[in-house]
Design a protein around this ligand. Structure first.
Ligand SMILES: *[C@@H]1O[C@H](CO)[C@@H](O)[C@H](O)[C@H]1NC(C)=O
Ligand SMILES: *[C@@H]1O[C@H](CO)[C@@H](O)[C@H](O)[C@H]1NC(C)=O
Ligand SMILES: *[C@@H]1O[C@H](CO)[C@@H](O)[C@H](O)[C@H]1NC(C)=O
Length: 227
C-alpha cells in the first residue's frame, strides 16, 4: 500500500530523475481498459459500454448555505481541481487515491490550494477545474468541468462540459459523511458526453444549521470518469 509519504518521496525522486526514460508516465495514459465500478442493485448510475476519455481525481470543496425555513444546509455549488489519474489505474494506489488525497487535503492548512495538494500526491497532473455557473435555463446553477485553461486543451474554448444530473445514489459507504455518487449528462461543451462522480470522500454538510449562520465549504475528494 502506498502511503502519502512514500508517494511524496516518489514524486520528489521523479523530479530529480525526470530525464530517465523508464519512469511511468504521469498523465495522459491509455484509458481503453479503465472500468467504472458501480454498486449492483441500483439503476441510477449505469456504466457506459465505451471506455472513459478521462479518469480523474477531484480535490476541492462542496459549498452550502443554511436554509432558514428548514435549518438544513442546501448545496450552493462546489469548486475543485481535477487531476489526471489515468496512469495509476491498475496499480495498488488507485483504489485508495481519493482517501490518500483527502487525508492530505484535510491536513492542509487554510490557504493551501487543491492544486498544491494534488501536486504532492504523485501521479496527479492537473487537467482542469470543476465549478458551477448559472444554468443555461436561467434557473439555478450547473456544474461545469473546464479543461480550457491548462494542459493539452489550454486555449481550446470548447474543452469543457456543462452537465445536468441524470442519476444519484447515496455513497455506498458512510453516506452521512461522503457525498452522493452521481451520473451527469452533457448540456454544453465538447469535452465529454457524460460525467460520473464516484468513490467520494467527505463533502456532506452537518445535519442541521443555526438560522443566519454563514455559508460553509466542506472539503471533499472524488473520482470523476468522463466519457
Ligand atoms: C436490492 O434492493 C432491494 C430493495 O431495496 C433489497 O431488498 C435487496 O436486499 C437488495 N439486494 C442487494 C443484493 O443489495
Ligand atoms: C465556494 O466556497 C469557496 C470558499 O471556500 C469560494 O472560493 C468559492 O467561490 C465558492 N464557490 C461557489 C460556487 O459558491
Ligand atoms: C478542442 O477540444 C475538443 C474536446 O473538448 C476536441 O474535440 C477538439 O478536437 C479540440 N480542438 C482542437 C483544435 O484541438
Amino acid at each position: 500500500m502506498f502511503s502519502f509519504q512514500l508517494l511524496s518521496t516518489l514524486a520528489s525522486t521523479a523530479l530529480l530523475v525526470s530525464a530517465a526514460p523508464s519512469l511511468p508516465k504521469a498523465a495522459g495514459c491509455d484509458t481503453s481498459a479503465a472500468t467504472l465500478s458501480l454498486p449492483a442493485n441500483q439503476t441510477q448510475l449505469v456504466a457506459p459500454t465505451t471506455a472513459p476519455l478521462f479518469v480523474a481525481l477531484g480535490v476541492g470543496v462542496q459549498n452550502y448555505t443554511c436554509t432558514a425555513a428548514t435549518l438544513k444546509y442546501a448545496s450552493v455549488g462546489a469548486v475543485a481541481s481535477i487531476f489526471d489519474i489515468s496512469c495509476i489505474d491498475k496499480t495498488p494506489a488507485f483504489a485508495t487515491i481519493q482517501t490518500t488525497a483527502f487525508n492530505a487535503w484535510s491536513a492542509a492548512p487554510a490557504g493551501v490550494s487543491p492544486d498544491t495538494v494534488g501536486g504532492k500526491i504523485g501521479a496527479a497532473t492537473l487537467l482542469g477545474y470543476h465549478y458551477f455557473v448559472p444554468a443555461p435555463s436561467g434557473t439555478g446553477l450547473s456544474p461545469k468541468w473546464d479543461f480550457t485553461s491548462t494542459g493539452k486543451f489550454a486555449g481550446n474554448s470548447t474543452a469543457f462540459i456543462l452537465a445536468a444530473k441524470a442519476g444519484d445514489i447515496l455513497a455506498p459507504t458512510d453516506s452521512a459523511t461522503n457525498v452522493d455518487w452521481l451520473a451527469l449528462n452533457n448540456v454544453q461543451g465538447s469535452l465529454a458526453s457524460k460525467v460520473f462522480r464516484v468513490d467520494t470522500v467527505n463533502g456532506q454538510p452537518p445535519t442541521s444549521c443555526v438560522a443566519g449562520s454563514a455559508d460553509i465549504s466542506v472539503k471533499y475528494t472524488a473520482k470523476y470518469y468522463l466519457y
